[in-house]
Design a protein. Structure first.
Length: 95
């Protein structure tokens, strides 16, 4: 009997929109998180984003749920091999 293990690899990165400018207290800051299914075979189904909230920012995005110092949001679709999905997250700069 031979067993074959298939591994689903999900990669992601977070980019700050307008990263080269100064943000002032009370302004909103939006990051875009891009998730990529790096598998060549498996489709990812229904996963959860779990992001640490940066110091000095307060979550202000209704698509995300606050859980301690983390922001959580669900993806309920399918992410095919080589596919990607963008998810924005918005914070307010603390004073």
């Amino acid at each position: 009997m031979v067993f074959v293990a298939l591994v689903l690899i999900i990669g992601w990165h977070k980019i700050l929109s307008g990263w080269n400018r100064t943000f002032l207290a009370g302004q909103q800051v939006t990051f875009t998180i891009t998730v990529v299914n790096q598998s060549s075979v498996l489709t990812a189904h229904q996963f959860t984003f779990d992001d640490i909230i940066p110091v000095g920012l307060t979550l202000s995005d209704p698509d995300w749920t606050l859980n301690g110092n983390r922001a959580v949001s669900n993806f309920s679709g399918n992410l095919v091999p080589g596919g990607s999905y963008n998810k924005d997250i918005t914070f307010t700069v603390n004073g």
